[in-house]
Design a protein around this ligand. Structure first.
Ligand SMILES: Nc1ncnc2c1ncn2[C@@H]1O[C@H](COP(=O)(O)OP(=O)(O)O)[C@@H](O)[C@H]1O
Ligand SMILES: O=c1ccn([C@@H]2O[C@H](COP(=O)(O)OP(=O)(O)O)[C@@H](O)[C@H]2O)c(=O)[nH]1
Length: 238
């Protein structure tokens, strides 16, 4: 049997990728495909915690939030991640996976609050934990939430599943001459201002010596290859 390279991982799923080819919201086929990928790696016995973004619904810095108080807009963004988390947990339930959503902001009628020992208990019971509402603070991102929760739960690595297949020398969606790194240090990524993740997330992972793997959420089988420790995406390391 193929053995996973990690015992416990923090998977960051792009909120924006949930739209699929739609202009907004949650595309059914896309979420089902993401869940199928997650189900495949959960079967390998790896403990999975997930942070999902909210960019498919609302982003604090989006044009739609122009003129708004930034903190208010960011709280709306965090609520968007709660919606995505509920949708993800429900899509998991439909295929027989047990997931628990824990929110960083208090919204108790909807989801249970984030309590670290409880999250650790769920992981030990092989339940998938979905961390909703980012860090619970405005001016942060769900990438930073992934770095924070990843550190808190003692994950061996943060896996950032996004629309590009790794870290490039420049934004590959804007610069066709950009080249992909197979690995890069945190300091290099920060000093070169590579925008694939925000500097806060990079700095936190660097200080905690928590590596990050950036890989494609679109490419079939990429998550499994990453979990099996195969050559896929870009490793960001100390
Ligand atoms: N140096 C870079 N390497 C790779 N992607 C980059 C880089 N600079 C900017 N990007 C952009 O960052 C995006 C991923 O970040 P983000 O928009 O936060 O996605 P997510 O929705 O996964 O959080 C990519 O789709 C890509 O267009
Ligand atoms: O700790 C956090 C996490 C998220 N957000 C808000 O939630 C939005 C959605 O998250 P993000 O942009 O990280 O999602 P993704 O890029 O994965 O779609 C952000 O733009 C912020 O407005 C926030 O304020 N604090």
């Amino acid at each position: 049997m193929t053995k996973p390279a990690y015992k416990r991982v923090l998977l960051k799923l792009s909120g924006e990728a949930l739209m699929g080819d739609d202009a907004y919201g949650i595309n059914r086929a896309t979420i089902e495909r993401m869940v199928a990928d997650v189900a495949e790696v959960a079967k390998l016995g790896v403990e999975l915690a997930i942070v999902i973004g909210g960019g498919n619904i609302f982003r604090g810095v989006a044009p739609g939030a122009q003129g708004m108080d930034r903190a208010t807009a960011d709280y709306m963004g965090m609520l968007a991640t709660v919606m995505n988390s509920l949708a993800l947990a429900d899509a998991m339930r439909q295929v027989g996976i047990t997931a628990r959503v824990m929110s960083a902001i208090s919204i108790e009628q909807v989801v249970e609050p984030y309590v670290r020992p409880k999250a650790l208990q769920y992981l030990e019971e092989d339940k998938i934990v979905i961390f909703a509402a980012g860090t619970g603070n405005p001016f942060f991102t769900t990438d930073t939430a992934a770095a924070l929760r990843g550190s808190e739960i003692g994950a061996e690595i943060v896996l950032k599943a996004t629309k590009v297949d790794g870290v490039y020398s420049a934004d590959p969606n804007k610069d066709p001459t950009a080249t992909r790194y197979s690995h890069i240090t945190f300091d290099e990524a920060i000093t070169k201002h590579l925008q694939v993740m925000d500097a806060t997330a990079f700095a936190l992972c660097r200080d905690q010596k928590l590596p990050i793997k950036v890989f494609s959420i679109i490419k079939p089988g990429a998550l499994k290859r990453v979990i099996l420790g195969e050559d896929e995406g870009t490793l960001v390391h100390v």
